[in-house]
Write a protein that binds this ligand. Sequence first.
Ligand SMILES: NC(=O)C1=CN([C@@H]2O[C@H](COP(=O)(O)OP(=O)(O)OC[C@H]3O[C@@H](n4cnc5c(N)ncnc54)[C@H](O)[C@@H]3O)[C@@H](O)[C@H]2O)C=CC1
Ligand SMILES: O=C(O)CCC(=O)C(=O)O
Ligand SMILES: [Mg+2]
Length: 402
Amino acid sequence: MLAARTSAAPARSCFRSSTVPRAAFVCLPVNNVQRHLPQANNTAQLQHRSYATPTAEKVAKFKGQKQSDGKYMVSLIEGDGIGPEISQSVKDIYSAANVPIKWESVDVTPMLKDGKTVIPDSAIESITRNYVALKGPLATPVGKGHVSLNLTLRRTFNLFANVRPCKSIAGYKTPYDNVDTLLIRENTEGEYSGIEHVVVDGVVQSIKLITKDASERVLRYAFQYAQDVGRLKVRAVHKATIMKMSDGLFLSLANKMAKEYPNIEFDAELLDNTCLKVVTDPSPYNDKVLVMPNLYGDILSDMCAGLIGGLGLTPSANIGDECSIFEAVHGSAPDIAGKGLANPTALLLSSIMMLQHMGLTEHADRIQGAIFKTLAEGKTITGDLGGKAKTHEYAAAVIKNL
Ligand SMILES: NC(=O)C1=CN([C@@H]2O[C@H](COP(=O)(O)OP(=O)(O)OC[C@H]3O[C@@H](n4cnc5c(N)ncnc54)[C@H](O)[C@@H]3O)[C@@H](O)[C@H]2O)C=CC1
Ligand SMILES: O=C(O)CCC(=O)C(=O)O
Ligand SMILES: [Mg+2]
């Protein structure tokens, strides 16, 4: 569908919307592809989205956390770059919506302990105490410098499954209507294990670690998630043709796990083929839960975000047995930081996943209703979506729509 032209300058791309006649190709500068697509008619509904079906046990755990003023304490990591701006939007909207949450601000400035990068004890204590955290993006230096704090947090709290839904936004036109992908990424190992060394000068080795335990844990979570939300098809995404042992182990465990869930249809697909198919026609993925090793999920989730309007829109949940941390798919966006240009929707929707996880569904419904209404009206939206609104103006519009 998306065919880049090599001869035109500036670079242009031509595509055909699935909703317009065959001949109706449109050619636009590539960086405007998402924005100006009057031919495509996004028919996504303003329906509420449910990402979590918390067990009675889990809800009781959070109820037990309720303080004497009826509020729940939640750890908040504002993060780097655009983090403080988008966190402010969440705080403002939650305050206007009277959500019974008190934010406990957490500092995760890295420290060195026995030669290892660690996060301060006070941060660990806060998240352990509150069971949940909302987290803005944390920047990782390229090449040298400290290890990723995002990964450190995931490992510290054993947040083994990363749930990344990506669904079209009503009223926001993109090349494909009604995208609805749901990806579950192994979150603690794989290419992200950070085990690297120099073999000899000019030769480095990076270990992709795949274990039975971590694979089984995320696979079980994916099958159970599929069962709970009634999305009864699970597909493992892998590259076991090349990484016969590591991805091979992941895949064989997936096949085994499928036998424990006979009502769930299971199949597998090679990663490169998944990439091609998702960008060619995402609709066959609308009824599936995709489960995969760490790096594949990282890359595929950014790619899926591109199908619905970009990283300003996609949330995620890092789930563990005890604690869970909710964050946007995107990073610290240094190119727009401090300018009031960031779209806080991704972090807001991550906070909706958090409220649902905590069983606070009425508040989740009310806020997501206001978010989707504001986006559908299209009057007060941020620059990434083709609007002119500043981050705080968009937040004010959401508050008005509460
Ligand atoms: N979970 C996390 O905290 C993550 C952290 N990072 C870190 O973020 C830093 C920057 O990474 P990049 O590759 O630039 O990726 P990025 O996700 O920060 O930005 C990619 C592009 O998307 C845009 N964008 C992202 N979020 C947006 C928002 N809310 N509203 C509007 N536009 C938005 C940015 O302006 C940029 O053009 C790096 O240090 C990286 O390590 C990256 C991904 C995830
Ligand atoms: O930790 C980082 O720097 C990047 C993490 C990332 O891209 C992600 O979790 O999606
Ligand atoms: Mg990423």
